[in-house]
Design a protein around this ligand. Structure first.
Ligand code: KG4
Ligand code: ZN
Length: 337
């Protein structure tokens, strides 16, 4: 993977992205966001996302090559997210990548989106295998031991919602804007007290997590506050945000401690995904790593959330390991690691 020049394409959720990496250098990283298209619906609408990806993916590729100062023929291969994700969206980048591969004769490498997230700490920090990764985003929540570019062991994960989804729902319940994570974090920072909320599944052994009960507990706390005060006082709203964020932080920290304990021989503990942007959570996870005597890695935010540089990098690792796909490469809505 050291000096390979790879074009990466990504369109599995609501970001249309293209990037070029050369070894561990990111030559360009273009992300065209769709937030404004979905804002009115309070969530990603698959049909709207698919159409927007199909319209924008060529532009993203053009921009990524232009910013890298390269032509397509300067690349060694084209890497593309082939799943998991919203199938209409995944297809947009897969079709585009196939067209480019057919036109140039460049090899194609199909990448699992989750592998893209999981391999990012090797791009940003050069981590050595094996390491432990906590992936926490709007759609994912799992502990992975990363043994190689195509070798992952899942140690546990959510049995219902992803934490980002919970942050977004809690924001909606409390009348805060989307995406909910940053809004809830800002509100929690203003809190002068806290509201005690449950720590789901802490009493159960293992590394599985649950967030849907926590969301229901927030709903109950809100309704009690509204009934008692004839509306939701600003100060109480901040306290509820604080209580919720603390509960998420505590369960993720404790389960991380257990996942590390269950992974002898790992070189580091890494976290990725949009929720990894949360300040108090990052601080707690870094303490857990330190207590276990492990380095802690959290990629910069733009590489934590969905992007194509991670796909290009994962593609370069897989290409170096010998993976080649052809025009029969399939787009997969479900694709566990
Ligand atoms: O990784 P990401 O950009 O997209 C995917 O879900 O794949 O993650 C987005 C999620 C959203 O649910 C958002 O609310 C959450 O990450 N998020 C945060 C913060 N910033 C973004 N959650 C908690 N605290 C934050 N500061
Ligand atoms: Zn993602």
């Amino acid at each position: 993977a050291q000096d390979l020049t790879i074009l990466g394409l990504e369109s599995s959720c609501d970001d249309t992205a293209a990037a070029v990496t050369r070894g561990r250098a990111i030559l360009s990283n273009v992300v065209l966001r769709q937030d404004d298209l979905h804002a009115a619906f309070g969530g990603v609408v698959p049909e709207i996302a698919a159409r927007a990806h199909a319209e924008k993916i060529d532009l993203a590729v053009e921009q990524a090559l232009a910013e890298a100062g390269l032509r397509l023929s300067d690349c060694d291969a084209i890497a593309v997210t082939a799943g998991p994700g919203l199938i209409g969206g995944v297809l947009a980048a897969v079709m585009c990548a196939k067209g480019l591969a057919a036109a140039t004769g460049l090899p194609l490498v199909g990448v699992n989106h989750l592998a893209g997230h999981a391999l990012t700490p090797r791009l940003t920090d050069g981590l050595a295998f094996p390491y432990l990764m906590l992936l926490v985003s709007g759609g994912h929540c799992q502990f992975l031991r990363v043994d190689g570019p195509d070798a992952f062991a899942r140690l546990g994960g959510t049995i219902d919602d992803a934490p980002g989804e919970a942050f977004d729902k809690v924001a909606r319940l409390l009348g805060l804007p989307q995406p909910g994570g940053p809004a809830v974090e800002a509100e929690a920072a203003r809190a002068t007290g806290t509201v005690a909320l449950p720590r789901p599944l802490l009493d159960r052994p293992g590394c599985d997590l649950s967030f849907s009960g926590l969301k229901t507990a927030v709903l109950r706390a809100r309704d009690q506050a509204v009934a008692a005060h004839d509306g939701l006082p600003r100060a109480l709203r901040a306290d509820i945000c604080h209580g919720f964020q603390s509960a998420v932080r505590d369960v993720l920290a404790e389960k991380s401690r257990r996942a590390i304990e269950a992974s002898p021989g790992i070189t580091a503990f890494a976290v990725a995904g949009g929720v990894a942007a949360n300040g108090p959570l990052r601080a707690a996870l870094s303490e857990v790593a330190e207590a276990a005597g492990l380095p802690f890695t959290a990629p910069p935010l733009g590489l934590c959330t969905d992007n194509a540089a991670m796909i290009a990098w994962a593609g370069s690792e897989l290409f170096a390991a010998g993976q080649r796909d052809d025009l029969t490469l399939a787009a997969r809505p479900r694709w566990p690691l």
